[in-house]
Design a protein around this ligand. Sequence first.
Ligand code: SF4
Ligand code: SF4
Length: 110
Amino acid sequence: MTQVAETVGAKQPVARPKTAVLIEQKLYLDRYKVDEVSHLWIIDRETCLKCRDKPCIITCPANVYDWEEEKITVAYDNCVECGACRIVCPYQNIGWRYPRWGLGIAHRYG
Ligand code: SF4
Ligand code: SF4
């Protein structure tokens, strides 16, 4: 009985959606002109420490966010500018603006 309780309470690794491979195939069609200045940023990194579920990590379709050595990392050059991370962040802790001079992603469909 104790063994089951420990298993249920154990911290599970963040699971990526099963559609991840399909999304990555679609992302391969897109083209990026990466700005040297990030168009998104974490407003207060201390806030991320108290964010229990870190929904930005599992929501972002481009795997921009990750959690390494007790801090959030932001690979902004992968961003597809969908805006989902700002919607799911429970602390409104993500700053975002359009990339400068038309830089950023160009979507292709197919
Ligand atoms: S969801 Fe917001 S507060 Fe939580 S880890 Fe991500 S950026 Fe930080
Ligand atoms: S805007 Fe979309 S692609 Fe860019 S970091 Fe946020 S969730 Fe990821």
